[in-house]
Design a protein around this ligand. Structure first.
Ligand code: FES
Length: 173
């Protein structure tokens, strides 16, 4: 992000804060080989999308431990996206399949905790899908704005988020 864009971004955040508009914080995990290249293409092609996202590049979507997602929610992130390659295109053969299986379990856990399950989504974007990347970010941001700020329900017991994060309970997922 160059300094001009950064200043614009800070100004936009300030304006929204003054107007009391909700500004969601969104975390996006992109795999190195497809979706990160798709995000890059969106930038190079100047496709516009909301500046609310922070991208973390991982070598494969299967590198994302479910505990990373729970930690993000516990630390005030309002929505988390994992974007990998299309099925069959994963650089590590079965990486995306593993991600799908783990993340479907994680979605159930998120539901049990009491967080709207759509705050967490898994998608596929190829290196040539810059436009689709921008559209996905727009749609997801819209959804998170509709949900509003994440408020984690305080349910004592095994499904309390704090408890799971501290124990790294998702290791078995
Ligand atoms: S390399 Fe993209 S999902 Fe595995």
């Amino acid at each position: 992000m160059n300094s001009y864009n950064y200043e614009g971004f800070v100004l936009l955040k300030l304006k929204k804060k003054i107007k009391n508009e909700f500004e969601p914080n969104i975390l996006v995990f992109c795999c190195n080989w497809c979706s990160y290249a798709g995000a890059d293409l969106a930038g190079v092609s100047r496709f516009q999308y909301p500046p609310n996202i922070r991208i973390i590049r991982v070598m494969c979507s299967s590198r994302v431990d479910p505990i990373f997602v729970l930690r993000a929610f516990n630390n005030g992130i309002d929505g988390v996206l994992i974007i990998g390659c299309h099925m069959g295109d994963c650089h590590y053969m079965k990486g995306f399949e593993y991600t799908q299986t783990r993340m479907s379990h994680l979605k159930n856990l998120i539901k049990y905790i009491g967080i709207e399950e759509d705050r967490f989504q898994l998608h596929s974007i190829s290196a040539s899908e810059g436009k689709q990347f921008a559209e996905l970010i727009k749609d997801f941001t819209k959804k998170i704005i509709e949900f509003g700020e994440l408020k984690i329900p305080k349910k004592p017991g095994i499904f309390e988020l704090d408890y799971i994060v501290k124990l790294n309970r998702t290791r078995e997922l």
